[in-house]
Design a protein around this ligand. Structure first.
Ligand code: ADP
Ligand code: ZN
Ligand code: ZN
Length: 752
């Protein structure tokens, strides 16, 4: 006999196929009732053969859905997570499914990390053995002898006292011989400890008793004002999101740390989101110095076990601060008080897998349901975020000045059409070449940035600057292998002409220079220069990225040549010249964000030059010197750029003026891919009858029309109202469910 008080659990089965995206009810056997809570990972018998599968409990009820005698029992609970504050994350998963599409299981997998056992590892800690003033003497000595690596290690240890050896070799780029040299002279020592706890930060000597609370510098008035305002709003329970628009080097990170400290002192926890690429040793040191053992770092190189372990520490209250990329958002803190998002505009905040969630929107939702503050910061905010700040949905704070008071770089814009007219066909303009010679002579460093994004190749006339554009979508056309020009939104295509339609010149073609060609050109023109190249090819292996950066900061090369990887957030004080070889490459990448991306890249690249005191110079080479993204970046004028850009978005109905849903259909058979896409378009047209504001574009070939023999078709829907697009997405999913037709794969991407 089953007793009256039995409990039942609705379980989502962890098989990611759309057919099974519903809950199944199981009885919770008496011995498991304490541990079965929403969010628990359970094993259950499933199907006719009762094979054991995994699932998540999403709901617990005392009312059986079916005949209790026939309801199966949960076989076991896989993970003791009874104390996990899961209901919030489950709610978030439900919201993500609605907001971004896909199955509930896909969303649950994102928010609830699966338990994986961790093996304890032996960790080596390098600790400073001498006092700060003694260290200062050694630092002066290393400086004098130009022992750059020793100096870097010592300076880091002076700030953090102790550091994980792995961190030193990987992030600081300082090798074991240098560590040994410092130990041999009694400056530092290496300690061993067995730990499964914090993979990046070392213990700092302090116990786990709260904060270290050590800030060496005085805050500026700008910094203090932002901190005071956000904390006092928090105390008034005004948790409207905040956007800090502050130029690079204005002291934003210091502001984040102080605000987080304030929230932690109030007894709450903090999530600090950063793009993976800015998790440098400097970041680790600054947070470790302030929060000691009470901070954890996660990053993509962690094994699932190590990552889970960090989440467990958050759940158990062992840490107050979690730092990491977008997945850090799902740290199960008992009492979340704040989410901070640095470099808010970064593309890596958007997931590329279903559900294609954006960390900004998701964080805003999570903050709202947790009663937490949400603070974003950027030197070049996304158009979306700035629009919300201007319209009052976010609170806007400005930090317009650099801490060091450093002068902004001098920017020269070179018109490449004129260079060609004057007979210069090389990739270096006269101006850039002259400045490069000068820097090489003075032994100052140079960065050359090849602004190259994505796969597509636009076509331009090198004589007059003409660019082929889609007559329907106002984005540039891309040259495909079929020698035709295609629009990636609507599928419009036109043959590629041999002569420029504007001026009749022969100099029309795709832009296809790569970093390797640039390096070869540098060697030809400046045979005496040492170069390092950083791009996808040279950073394939683990540690490559750090190795290149530290080699360059150790001044092993005069010139660093690279793609956008080199412009993000690194300080090289000896760089006084930045050459941007072809600013246009991202300007015509064929999507509505291309001007925004170009402005961000150019602004950041320009900000790289002259950070060490000496004023820097920047050369922007372009075929479109009058384009507002180029001119605004040259002036370092964000508001000016924003005004132009938002009017363009308003006219085109592109986000944030309206919303856009990209639906991608994939199938091994091209015919079936197209017919599935047509079915969806048909459904959409039905929707349009009820809502004349809805716009449908396509289907057409996707920008990459075939990957691994899988054909890809794409449709776009536009509407001012997000919920209309979410409704269309639901209709597509329901229709497939009703017909049980899952032959083609369908993916949704909102505001792509
Ligand atoms: P951002 O995050 O805006 O780029 P940071 O917080 O990294 O700026 O600050 C830039 C540099 O200025 C860092 O080296 C930091 O240590 C230093 N800094 C920040 N605030 C102050 C301050 N109030 N006084 C002196 N130096 C500061
Ligand atoms: Zn032309
Ligand atoms: Zn088009």
């Amino acid at each position: 006999m089953r007793n009256e008080t039995a409990l039942y659990a609705d379980v989502i089965i962890e098989i990611s196929i759309e057919k099974l995206d519903r809950t199944f009810q199981y009885r919770i056997p008496e011995p498991l009732t304490d541990r079965a809570v929403p969010g628990s990972l359970v094993s259950v018998p499933f199907g006719k053969g009762n094979r054991t599968v995994l699932g998540y409990i999403v709901n617990i009820t005392s009312k059986p859905e079916f005949d209790p005698e026939k309801t199966k029992d949960i076989a076991g609970i896989e993970d003791d997570n009874s104390r996990r504050p899961v209901s919030r994350l489950l709610y978030l998963a439900g919201w993500m499914k609605h907001h971004y599409g896909g199955t509930l299981v896909q969303s649950l997998k994102v928010v609830l990390p699966k338990k994986t056992p961790v093996r304890p590892v032996e960790k080596q800690i390098v600790r400073l053995s001498i006092s700060g003033s003694d260290a200062g003497v050694y630092a002066a000595e290393f400086q004098k002898k130009h022992q750059v690596a020793r100096l870097r290690l010592l300076t880091a240890l002076m700030e953090a006292e102790a550091m994980d050896k792995r961190l030193i070799t990987q992030k600081l780029g300082v090798g074991s011989p240098v560590i040994k040299a410092l130990c041999d002279r009694g400056i530092a020592r290496v300690e061993r400890e067995t730990s499964y706890r914090n993979p990046l930060a070392a213990g700092t000597g302090e116990g786990a008793q709260g904060l270290k609370g050590r800030r060496v510098m005085e805050l500026t008035m700008d910094q203090q004002a932002v901190i005071d305002s956000i904390l006092s709003r928090y105390d008034r329970r005004d948790i409207k999101p905040s956007l800090i628009h502050g130029v690079t080097g204005s002291g934003k990170t210091e502001v984040y740390i102080d605000i987080i400290e304030g929230i932690v002192r109030r007894g709450h926890q903090a999530i600090m989101l950063i793009p993976e690429i800015s998790l440098t040793y400097q970041t680790v040191i600054r947070f470790t110095a302030r929060f000691g053992d009470r901070v954890s770092f996660i990053h993509s190189k962690l094994s699932p076990g190590e990552r889970y372990d960090q989440f467990l520490r958050a759940e158990r209250g062992e840490i107050d601060v979690m730092i990491g990329p977008r997945s850090a958002l799902f740290s199960p803190f008992p009492d979340l008080g704040i989410i901070v998002m640095d470099e808010e505009h970064e593309t890596s905040y958007k997931s590329e897998k279903m559900p294609k969630y954006h960390a900004r929107e998701t964080a805003e939702k999570l903050a709202e349901i947790s009663g937490a503050a949400f603070v974003m910061g950027s030197a070049t905010p996304s158009v979306e975020a700035y629009q919300r700040a201007v319209s009052g949905r976010y609170c806007l704070y400005r930090m317009p000045e650099r801490i060091s008071g450093g002068t902004l770089p001098v920017v020269y814009t070179v018109d490449l059409r004129k260079e060609l007219a004057e007979g210069n066909k090389s990739i270096f303009s006269g101006k850039l070449r002259l400045l490069m010679e000068d820097r090489l002579k003075r032994r100052e460093q140079i960065m050359l940035f090849l602004n190259r994004r994505g796969y597509s190749s636009f076509v331009t006339c090198r004589k007059c600057g003409y660019v082929y554009k889609c007559p329907h979508c106002d984005v540039s056309l891309s040259l495909h292998r079929d020698k035709r020009l295609h629009c990636h939104y609507c599928g419009y295509s036109t043959p590629m002409a041999a002569l420029c339609p504007e001026c009749g010149s022969r100099y029309i073609g795709g832009m296809r220079a790569g970093t390797e060609q640039v390096e070869n050109m540098v060697h030809r023109v400046f045979p005496e220069a040492n170069t390092i190249r950083m791009d996808m090819d040279t950073t394939r292996k683990k540690g490559d990225y750090e190795r290149i950066l530290s080699a360059f900061s150790n001044e092993e090369a005069d010139i660093l040549i690279g793609t956008q990887m080199i412009v993000k957030g690194h300080d090289f004080p000896r760089v006084t010249l930045m050459g941007i070889l072809a600013a246009d490459m991202s300007l015509f990448s064929g999507d509505y964000r291309s001007a925004e991306r170009t402005f961000q890249l150019l602004t950041q690249a320009a900000g790289r030059a002259g950070r060490g005191g000496a004023a820097g110079e920047v050369v922007i080479q372009t075929y479109s010197p009058d384009n507002y993204a180029v001119t605004a970046a040259a002036r370092q004028d964000y508001p000016g750029f924003f005004e132009e850009e938002i009017s363009y978005r308003n006219i085109g109905g592109y986000p944030p003026a309206g919303h856009m849903l990209q639906i991608t259909v994939e199938d091994r058979e091209e015919r079936r891919a197209m017919s599935s896409a047509e079915d969806i378009a048909e459904l959409g047209r039905g929707f349009m009858k009820g809502d004349p504001g809805l716009q449908l574009i396509g289907p057409a070939d996707a920008a990459i029309s075939k990957i691994n023999d899988i054909y890809r078709k794409v449709l776009y829907a536009k509407s001012a109202d997000y919920e209309v697009l979410a409704g269309l997405k639901d209709a597509v999913e329901n229709d497939r469910m009703k017909r049980q037709d899952f032959s083609s794969r369908v993916e949704f991407d909102f505001d792509p």
